[in-house]
Ligand binder design. Structure first.
Ligand code: AMP
Ligand code: MG
Length: 425
């Protein structure tokens, strides 16, 4: 049986980033860039005030040998955001500049408006202001032109997934449209004679199909386009029809029927449909029956995952295998998520003949004992959940991580280090 790492490598060896397509920026959330994006501007575009106040020549105010300086200035103009300076600053002069507006030529420091007092003057006198500042510095309260982006800089590279910050940046550098990888399409089939639609009341022997909605949601969350969500009875003819339809997608997820029971007809049905098996069964709990194969069409391919029927096993397999495959199909530079180290919250005995991914959750100590030590970083702590096995989806709603326990028997004590895979980023 393959290990989790070997199975993942075998899957990723079959997955290729999809074709590229230009989309409007507003439609690019969660997509992956297929181009390097260079800026057409400097940012900020000018030396920019970070406060409302007075632009001066620092040397006019700096007081040698004295921390606190006071001087009077002639106010020559006011510059608000969107305007540019009409006059340069010379000795003894200042312009009132609002946050974000350009610093006038000649000035090299901004004094906050809070450090100013107007000087009462007669009607025909020029406006005067008294500035009082501690430790005057050249460059204070000014961000220099191009300090965050210089024109021509590549600000985002291909493979970068677009979140709200990236979309804001793309707008800043003038991109109303971007080249992305076409998101993979997904078909989902839940198999089993016992399954009924979630809207039905199950009769004895029946259960509702949770895998269909679960897997569709998992795919949508990662940016896949769900083509179809259907069910099939454990019947070769019905499976053949559904599989033929599902092979229209880039990725086909079939749940149930991949184990070795009497009605586990999926591997044979996939073989009949011409899907080449890459592997069947892996050394993992939950998720041992996982099946993976590839259907080669004329000019494209479908990755086919036979996921275990138990919803928790299906979700664990999705997280460990389908998620990285979708990331690769989407062109993402980041395919596997980092495993984190965490400490066990309490004592726990783990016994299994297979490496196990066990639902758990972060535990945060909010007691007074640590409240005063927030400046001291602590290793995150996880607690295994009370879990009644692969059918226990309810426990999974409390889970924020999967805790990895190697095969074998081990008594974990509070504070022991374990490896965890967070569900969310
Ligand atoms: P199977 O792999 O088909 O033997 O299914 C394993 C277990 O998962 C059985 O108890 C099934 O009833 C259950 N199961 C299979 N498919 C689903 C589904 N779509 N939703 C909820 N439970 C399922
Ligand atoms: Mg079944």
């Amino acid at each position: 049986m393959l290990t989790v790492a070997e199975a993942l490598a075998a899957i990723l060896a079959e997955a290729w980033a999809g074709a590229t397509v230009q989309v409007p920026l507003a439609a690019s959330l969660n997509r992956v860039l297929a181009e390097d994006v260079a800026s057409d501007i400097d940012s900020p575009p000018h030396d920019r005030a970070t406060v409302d106040g007075y632009a001066i020549i620092a040397a006019d105010l700096a007081a040698p040998g004295n921390d606190i300086a006071v001087a009077d200035f002639t106010v020559i103009e006011e510059i608000t955001a969107g305007q540019i300076a009409r006059y340069p600053i010379t000795r003894g002069q200042t312009s009132r500049v609002m946050t974000g507006a350009p610093i006038p030529p000649g000035a090299d420091a901004m004094v906050m408006i809070e450090r100013s007092v107007p000087i009462v003057a007669t009607a025909d006198d020029a406006e005067q202001v008294r500035l009082t500042q501690t430790k005057v510095r050249v460059g204070q309260n000014i961000v220099r032109r191009a300090s965050s982006i210089a024109r021509g800089d590549v600000v985002l590279g291909r493979g970068h997934r677009l979140r709200p910050a990236e979309i804001g940046l793309l707008a800043e550098v003038g991109r109303g449209a971007v080249l992305i990888h076409r998101p993979p399409s997904l078909a989902i089939i839940s198999t089993g004679n016992e399954l009924v639609d979630p809207a039905c009341v199950p009769r004895s022997g029946q259960i509702r199909d949770s895998n269909g909605p679960l897997l569709a949601a998992a795919g949508v969350r990662l940016g896949a386009e769900v083509l179809s969500v259907t069910t099939a009875r454990d019947d070769p003819a019905e499976l053949a029809t559904r599989i033929a339809q599902g092979l229209a997608a880039d990725v086909l997820l079939i749940s149930g029927g991949v184990s070795v029971g009497k009605l586990d007809l999926v591997p044979a049905a996939l073989a009949t449909a011409g899907v080449r098996q890459v592997f069947h069964k892996i050394n993992l709990k939950p998720g041992k029956p996982l099946w993976f194969g590839v259907k080669q069409h004329e000019s494209r391919q479908t990755l086919v995952f036979g996921l275990p029927g138990n919803p928790v096993s299906a979700l664990v397999c999705f997280e460990l295998f389908v998620r990285p495959a979708l990331a690769k199909l989407m062109g993402s530079a980041v395919i596997t998520r980092p495993r984190l180290a965490a400490r066990m919250a309490g004592d726990f005995r783990h016994v299994s003949d297979r490496p196990t991914y066990y639902p758990g959750r972060w535990q945060f100590d909010t007691s007074d004992a640590v409240a005063g030590e927030l400046d001291r970083p602590t290793m995150p702590t996880v607690a295994p959940l009370t879990w009644h096995g692969s059918g226990d989806l309810r426990a999974l709603t409390q889970a924020s991580v999967l805790i990895y326990f190697p095969a074998g028997e081990r008594n974990y004590a509070a504070g022991d280090l374990v490896e965890v895979l967070p569900f969310d980023e």
